[in-house]
Design a protein around this ligand. Sequence first.
Ligand SMILES: C[S@@+](CC[C@H](N)C(=O)[O-])C[C@H]1O[C@@H](n2cnc3c(N)ncnc32)[C@H](O)[C@@H]1O
Length: 352
Amino acid sequence: MREQDFVAGQDFLLAVKKQWTTHMYPALKDQYADAGPEDDVATIAAHMDTNTDYRLFAWFERHLQKMKYSGSYGLAPYHRERQDALVDALLEPLTPDALQLDEHFEQPAYYTSVDIHQHPGGVWSEPVSGLIYERGARTTTPLLNKSHRDLHDRFTDSVLGDERLTTEAPDILDLGCGFAKSTRPFWTALPGSHITAVDLAAPCLRVAASEAARDSRDNMVFRQADARHTGCADESVDLVTSTMLLHEMPDTARREMFAESWRVLRPGGIAVHLDFWLLPTPFDRFIMEGHSKRNNEPFMKALFDSDLPGDLRETGFVDIDIAAFSEADGIDPLNGQFWRFPWTRIAMMKPK
Ligand SMILES: C[S@@+](CC[C@H](N)C(=O)[O-])C[C@H]1O[C@@H](n2cnc3c(N)ncnc32)[C@H](O)[C@@H]1O
């Protein structure tokens, strides 16, 4: 596949996705409002099931993503054709100590049972998976700029602005770091901090460690580990963070992850997660439950249904603060005009 054909193909899909986000979604929302808003998801679903506009909306959501990954100009065939050169370039700057992979690592069954995001084989399965994920994530939120910077930078700013974080160079643990989109703003803002970033997926960790090495960032470890068993010592970090991990875990695993965060946090330390939880209206919930099915996100609905504050209290956390999060200037997170994720900032403290 020629580079320009791949770029043109992906640009076309992105243009259609923008249309879907800024025209198809608002038109559907208007129809729902005009019909007199229903207040439960099942009633909305029953109405929408026979609505041609909704069916088209749903079809586009499912199939644009499928084409983006697996179509003729998809991310997977493009990267597979170039695998050797791409992986060599990735490994070139790596220092052995920064990347801790486990060749006998056993992936949890929940994680391998579905191709999350419709990523063929999942982000853990082949040498170029991390690069495929990185390229795909540039257009996950098509109204943000392509590097996704607004979201992660704003979230990091909000975490570092938390007055409960009293240390100047906190020791940080980033759970489910992926290719380090979430870790990078922390390593940039806090050059003196020791950062441990864990993920199940070796191909993502290779991208993450390679990026950190290119930024000449040492004092960091990228470890292949489950967020439930991070390998960090008891009471060894000041801040636990994650972005978009909670909705990728079944209920039990998520609660075990909270317990692990509690174990590794120093007294007075904080955990701050960015995920999807607050859904202002039943229509928002209907749309997101549909998204979870159409995008192969099997645990997202369970997160929506969960008693998140109750789970955190039960783990022992205090000062729990859960609030809608605005991903860019000018966006009202409680009344978005266009399709958006229901970003939610979930913060807590381990008592002193
Ligand atoms: C949606 S991605 C988010 C990645 C990154 N935080 C970001 O914002 O770009 C979720 C990540 O969580 C990882 N993951 C899922 N379950 C995990 C677990 N139990 N332990 C560690 N990582 C996990 C996946 O491999 C994936 O890289």
